[in-house]
Design a protein around this ligand. Structure first.
Ligand SMILES: *Cc1c(COP(=O)(O)O)cnc(C)c1O
Length: 402
């Protein structure tokens, strides 16, 4: 039996866990920067599935890779080799200047895998006493939803009543290199940080922060782990956000757009000896590195480069940011962004960003509030100038509404 959109929403509410509060729209089709609801109404997607569809919805070349590979070989497990994995390794390493890769599925799994590898490196290479390895993280971080990860979140909604949590993490303020330096002890093995905090509301650290962090970690023999699951793969106008400060992390985590949204694919990319500590039997994933994932990721990376999406993100990001900044409203506290990772933050008196997201949906633009007061604008990286102007024409009256 077919259900109408209202019924679909009702069934979700009845049968599903209520761990999301989606906007009131039921999508049934997507192409490029556009999505359509079940009634055929078109919207510009300014969320891009939290930057998983940087390449645009249903990109034909990635889709072709998915269809082709799914008709040949979908899953072997890592008990056997497959003919896609090595090619994925080669291509992702060449592109990101990495030496080793660990393929996983979700972003949270990449984070968990990095934590495991860095702890092991701490015991076996840095010679930290057993069970004392410590990893430093930042306040307002977002790294995923597993128990370990929410255990070092500072967001009460993410962590309350999910304990007990794994020990071995210490929190310092984001954007404060001195606090990091002061927190490092002889048992510190890693520093895990987002180059720009996405879920916290597109928080951009002070200029020079990452450079300082890089220097401190090198000096103190601490592994620098950059979580680029959201900032990576073109979102900020560079392949990786670390390039804005001309640094290289020791471990880089990518996910989301690594598949262009077709399939969960993530990876830990390593420039140092860290991943080398993992030996057979010590880590794994049934689906990690499967031929479909590899074929899809290869196509997703290829179109990002071949179709100039990264340069486009830089140019269009500047245009979008200028446009958003030119919209005057006393209730807007700040407009900020880098590349096509943009945000409008409202003053508390505005009464929250949700109402603006709902009004934008009415006007044909889909975006989502992060926390209470901020709207993130992050369209697919293929957006052009006319389309941004189209969006700005609709965003302006909504941001001015009182
Ligand atoms: C989305 C995200 C994750 C988690 O990825 P999942 O695929 O949802 O597990 C981790 N870190 C950052 C910065 C993210 O944006």
């Amino acid at each position: 039996m077919e259900l109408n959109p209202k019924q679909l929403v009702a069934v979700e509410a009845e049968l599903g866990a209520h761990n999301y509060k989606p906007l009131d729209v039921v999508l049934s089709r997507g192409e490029g920067i556009w999505v359509w609801d079940a009634d055929g109404k078109r919207y510009m997607d300014c969320l891009s599935a939290y930057s998983a569809v940087n390449q645009g919805h249903c990109h034909p070349k990635i889709r072709e890779a998915l269809i082709e590979q799914s008709g040949r070989l979908a899953l072997t497990s890592r008990a056997f080799h497959n003919d896609q994995l090595a090619l994925f390794y080669q291509e992702v390493c060449e592109l990101t200047n990495s030496h080793k890769v660990l393929p996983m599925n979700s972003g949270a799994e990449a984070v968990e895998s990095a934590i495991k590898a860095v702890r092991k490196w701490g015991y076996e290479v840095k010679r930290v006493p057993d069970n004392q390895a410590e990893i430093i993280v930042c306040s307002d971080n977002f790294h995923g939803r597993t128990i370990t990860i929410v255990g070092f979140s500072t967001d009460p909604a993410a962590r309350n009543h999910f304990g007990p949590f794994a020990p071995g993490f210490k929190v310092v303020p984001f954007g404060d290199a001195e606090a990091l330096e002061a927190a490092i002890t002889p048992t510190t093995v890693g520093f895990l940080v987002e180059p720009i905090q996405g879920e916290a509301g597109v928080i951009i650290p002070p200029d020079g922060y990452l450079k300082q962090v890089r220097e401190i970690c090198s000096r103190e023999n601490v592994v620098l782990i950059l979580d680029e699951i959201q900032t990576g793969l073109g979102r900020t106008g560079k392949l990786l956000a670390e390039e804005h400060e001309e640094i290289e992390a020791d471990l880089t985590l990518v996910g989301k757009a690594l598949s262009g949204g077709f399939y969960p694919v993530s990876a830990v990319l390593s420039n140092s000896e860290v991943l080398g500590v993992l030996k057979p039997g010590q880590h794994g994933s049934t689906f990690g590195g499967n031929p479909m994932a590899c074929a899809v990721a290869r196509a997703a990376l290829r179109v990002l480069i071949e179709e100039g999406m990264i340069e486009n993100a830089e140019k269009m990001g500047d245009h979008f940011l200028d446009g958003l900044k030119s919209i005057r409203n006393n209730l807007v506290k700040e407009v900020r962004g880098r590349g096509l990772m943009l945000a409008v933050e409202f003053h508390r008196e505005a009464g929250g960003a949700r109402q603006y997201c709902e009004a934008l949906r009415e006007s044909g633009i889909l975006c989502k509030e992060t926390h209470v007061d901020t709207i993130r604008f992050a369209p697919p990286l293929i957006i052009d100038k006319d389309q941004i102007d189209w969006a700005l024409e609709r965003i302006a009256p909504v941001l001015r509404m009182q």
